[in-house]
Design a protein around this ligand. Structure first.
Ligand SMILES: Cc1ncc(COP(=O)(O)O)c(C=O)c1O
Length: 450
C-alpha cells in the first residue's frame, strides 16, 4: 500500500465517487476511512468515530465478524470463482440458497436468484414480474407502480420506479409505464394529512384510482420498501402495507417488497414485510445478506410465482437474465456464514432495542433544537432527522449548514449520513447502548453548531 501522502494527494483524482459531483470531490476530498473494528471506523488521520451509517445501511454485524471473514478467506482458496449460468453450480451457492430460503420461509419465499447487489435484485424482480404474467397468458401486464420517495437502486428499471427526482432527472427518459403513488410521509404530503393511519387510507385510494385509470390488466407489479430508507427513513402506518397487499391481490398485481435495507433484522423483525404482517410475491435483498463484506444480493420468489415458471414450457420460461457474479462461490460462502451469525446473535432483538433508544434520543434533541423539523424511526435501527431553517414554513436547511452539522458530529465521534436536508442513521445491529449514547451526544454538538 502506498503511503498516506500518496493517498491524500491522489484522493478523488482518478476515482469518481457515486452520488456526488466529481468537481465537488476534487474541491472537498472525501474522508479516507482506513480501518474499522466493532462499530468504529478510523480515518487516515487517526480520528475514530462510531459508524452510525453502518457502512451504507449494510454492515449489520459490525466490522469484526471473524466467522464471515474466515468463510470468505477459506472459499478463496477452495474455488475463487465459477459460473452459475445454467449447466454448472457450486457447493457454496447450493448451501447459501438453502440458507436464504430457510431465512425467508415465513415470508412465503420459495426460490432464490443470486445477484451482485440491491440494484441487480430489483432489476431481476421487475423483469421476472413481466415474464411471470407472460407465462400466465397476460402479456399486457407490463407496467409498474411504486411510491414517491422510494429508492430502488440505480439501474434503469430501478431508477424508473424510484420516487425521488434527484436520482432520475439527469438520466431521463426512463422506462415508460412506471407510475408513482404518494409516499406515507406525514411531514409533507399532497393531502396535508398528518395522521399516519388516515394517510395510509388516502394512499390506498390513490392506488385504486391509478389502477382504474391504467387498467389492472396492464400492470405487472407494485414495488415498495416496507420502511423507506434513502428517501429519509419514512415509516408508514402499520396498516399501509397490508392495505396495498390486499389491493394487489384483488387486481392480480404482484407485490415486490424491496428489502435491500429492511431485510435481515434492521426493522426489529427478520424482514420488513414480516414486520407489517405481509407476505409479498417477491423480495429484493442485498446489503445485510453478507453484512457488506462481499457484494451479493438475492431476488426471492414466492412458491406460487416459482410454480408458474417451473411448470411452464421451458422454451418460454427461460430466465435469459443473470450476472457473471450471480451465485459467486465466495459471495455465497459469505451469505451462509453471515446468516448463521445474524441468527446466532439474534440481531433483530438488539436492532429493536437500540433503535428505540436512538429514536427516543433524537426526539429529545428535537425538543431542544428548533431546526429539527421531524424525527422518524422507532421501528428498528433506521432513524431520520429532518432539518429545516424555518420550522413554521418547513424550509429545508441549506447544504452549507447541513455539511457543518455533519462535520461537527464527526469530530464529536459519530459518522452520520446526509440525504438532502435529512440526517440518516443505520448503525450496525451489534451496537451497544453506550455507543448509541455517543451518537446522540455527537448529534447534540452538531445541532449546537448549526
Ligand atoms: C431499498 C433499496 N433498494 C435498492 C438499493 C440498491 O442497492 P445497491 O446499492 O446495492 O445496488 C438500495 C440501496 O441503498 C436500497 O436502499
Amino acid at each position: 500500500m502506498k503511503d498516506d501522502n500518496f493517498l491524500k494527494e491522489n484522493n478523488a483524482r482518478h476515482l469518481w465517487h457515486p452520488m456526488g459531483a466529481p468537481g465537488d470531490s476534487l474541491e472537498h476530498p472525501p474522508k479516507i476511512i482506513k480501518s474499522a473494528e466493532g462499530v468504529h471506523i478510523t480515518d487516515i488521520d487517526g480520528a475514530e468515530a462510531v459508524d452510525a451509517v453502518g457502512g451504507l445501511w449494510c454492515v449489520n454485524l459490525g466490522y469484526s465478524n471473524e466467522a464471515v471473514k474466515e468463510a470468505i478467506a477459506a472459499q478463496l482458496y477452495e474455488l475463487p470463482y465459477y459460473s452459475a449460468f445454467a449447466g454448472t453450480s457450486n457447493p457454496t451457492a447450493i448451501e447459501a440458497s438453502y440458507a436464504v430460503r430457510e431465512f425467508f420461509a415465513e415470508d412465503g419465499m420459495g426460490r432464490v436468484f443470486f445477484t451482485s447487489g440491491g440494484s441487480d435484485s430489483v432489476e431481476t424482480c421487475l423483469r421476472l414480474a413481466r415474464q411471470y404474467h407472460r407465462l400466465k397468458g397476460e402479456p399486457t401486464r407490463t407496467k409498474f407502480l411504486s411510491l414517491k420517495k422510494g429508492y430502488h437502486g440505480t439501474h434503469f428499471g430501478g431508477a424508473s420506479v424510484n420516487g425521488n427526482n434527484r436520482f432520475r432527472t439527469a438520466y431521463e427518459p426512463l422506462l415508460p409505464g412506471c407510475f408513482h403513488l404518494p409516499s406515507p410521509y406525514t411531514y409533507r404530503n399532497p393531502f396535508n394529512e398528518t395522521d399516519p393511519a388516515r394517510l395510509a387510507q388516502l394512499i390506498a385510494q390513490a392506488m385504486e384510482d391509478e389502477i382504474a385509470f391504467q387498467g389492472a390488466s396492464t400492470i405487472a407489479a407494485f414495488i415498495m420498501e416496507p420502511i423507506q430508507g434513502a428517501g429519509g427513513v419514512i415509516v408508514p402506518h402499520e396498516t399501509l402495507m397490508p392495505l396495498l397487499r390486499e389491493i394487489c391481490d384483488r387486481h392480480g398485481i404482484l407485490m415486490i417488497s424491496d428489502e435491500v435495507i429492511t431485510g435481515f433484522g434492521r426493522t426489529g423483525s427478520w424482514s420488513g414485510a414480516r414486520h407489517w404482517g405481509v407476505k409479498p410475491d417477491m423480495m429484493s435483498t442485498a446489503k445485510g445478506i453478507t453484512s457488506g463484506y462481499f457484494p451479493v444480493g438475492a431476488a426471492l420468489m414466492s412458491e406460487a410465482v416459482a410454480e408458474v415458471f417451473e411448470k411452464a414450457d421451458p422454451a418460454e420460461a427461460g430466465i435469459y437474465h443473470g450476472y457473471t457474479y450471480s451465485a459467486h462461490p465466495v459471495g455465497a460462502a459469505a451469505v451462509t456464514a453471515c446468516l448463521a451469525e445474524t441468527q446466532r446473535l439474534d440481531l433483530k432483538t438488539n436492532a429493536a432495542a437500540r433503535g428505540t433508544q436512538l429514536f427516543e434520543g433524537a426526539q429529545k434533541l428535537a425538543k431542544k433544537y428548533g431546526i429539527i423539523g421531524d424525527v422518524r424511526g422507532g421501528q428498528g435501527l433506521m432513524t431520520g432527522i429532518e432539518i429545516v431553517s424555518d420550522p413554521a414554513q418547513k424550509t429545508p436547511m441549506d447544504m452549507a449548514t447541513m455539511k457543518r452539522i455533519h462535520q461537527t458530529v464527526y469530530e464529536a465521534g459519530a459518522m452520520v449520513r446526509l440525504g438532502g436536508n435529512n440526517i440518516l442513521m443505520s448503525p450496525p445491529l451489534t451496537i451497544t447502548q453506550a455507543e448509541v449514547d455517543v451518537i446522540l451526544s455527537a448529534l447534540d454538538k452538531g445541532f449546537a453548531a448549526a
